[in-house]
Design a protein around this ligand. Structure first.
Ligand code: NDP
Length: 278
């Protein structure tokens, strides 16, 4: 009998995760079904428990809720991130993990051929996605990480959680123009979902800079267009990360890591039509 899986979040209608996991299941011959379930802070736990799933992905805005829900039953990387994007049923409890960081690093290094070592890095946002990618970027050897967030307390908390005060720094938006050039600029905010682009300074960009938006499709356009106009050497959207983090979740649930190349190629062929990322 097929086991049930799902992705929880809001908005969730345009999530690509059901399509990605269906492709992985077909490729590996594993019987499963995977659906998208809309949930918010107030009803997430009840919906997860009632869903009958044995595993789930958790997306915006629930990754920190999922971390709390797992009550310490989390992997080392989820503990460091303070955010969970993958849960597995563990008896009457849920076990949490975070595959976002590995997904981003795999996409940047293996698909896009980037060497992350030594890069002075700017991270815009301090929500669940930023928390997931920050430890993986540090582990991949970036030089330093500057975290900017609208709510400065969240940026402070992220930096504190990394436990590397010499390499990680929280800064306010209004200090951005004075921070100098960055080799890697990552937009981990959800601002563009509301059609907004946070105010950014051209002085952040050098000719060698790479800009990454964790969103893809229309949502990635404002930041990546700004990055190209500012002179970035390369721009990358979040579609590859989406497929890679999904493959890592699939591995946790089924013990098999699917091949991501064909799924990425299929999705990128229609990326312009995609409205949202997970
Ligand atoms: P959260 O809701 O947890 O965090 C949202 C972040 O965006 C916060 O830092 C928030 O700041 C900031 N933000 C929202 N609106 C604005 C604005 N108008 N101006 C400045 N900052 C703003 O969401 P996630 O962290 O889970 O997701 C963030 C983005 O990453 C989403 O677009 C999501 O689709 C994408 N993503 C992509 C993945 C992939 O695989 N490609 C995986 C995970 C996420 P504040 O704290 O001040 O509210």
């Amino acid at each position: 009998m097929s086991k049930h899986y799902a992705v929880f979040g809001s908005p969730i209608t345009h999530s690509q995760s059901p399509r990605i996991h269906a492709a992985f299941a077909k490729q590996t011959g594993i019987g499963m079904d995977y659906v998208a379930i809309a949930a918010n802070h107030d009803d997430f736990r009840a919906k997860l428990d009632a869903s009958g799933v044995v595993g789930a992905n958790i997306t915006l805005p629930l990754k920190e809720d999922a971390f709390a829900l797992c009550a310490g039953n989390v992997s080392a990387r989820a503990l460091r991130a303070g955010a969970v994007n993958t849960v597995l049923r563990d008896g009457a409890q849920w076990r949490g993990d975070n595959t976002d960081g590995l997904g981003l690093v795999r996409d940047l290094t293996e698909r896009h051929g980037l060497d992350l070592r030594g890069r002075r890095t700017l991270l815009l946002g301090a929500g669940g996605a930023a928390r997931g990618v920050a430890p993986a970027l540090l582990d991949a050897g970036i030089h330093s990480l500057y975290v900017i967030n609208r709510n400065s307390a969240r940026a402070d908390a992220l930096v504190d959680a990394m436990g590397e005060p010499g390499r990680t720094h929280a800064r306010a938006w209004d200090t951005l123009p004075a921070l100098g050039e960055f080799d890697l600029l990552i937009n981990a905010t959800s601002a563009s979902r509301g059609g907004q682009l946070p105010s950014l300074a051209m002085a952040l960009v050098a000719p060698r800079s790479v800009a990454v938006d964790l969103s893809y499709g229309e949502a990635a356009v404002p930041f990546l267009a700004w990055a190209r106009a500012a002179g970035c050497a390369q721009t990358v959207d979040g579609l590859g990360m989406l497929v890679e983090q999904a493959a890592e979740s699939f591995l946790l649930w089924h013990g098999v890591r699917p091949d991501t190349a064909a799924v990425f190629a299929e999705l990128s062929g229609r990326a312009d039509a995609l409205l949202t990322a997970d």
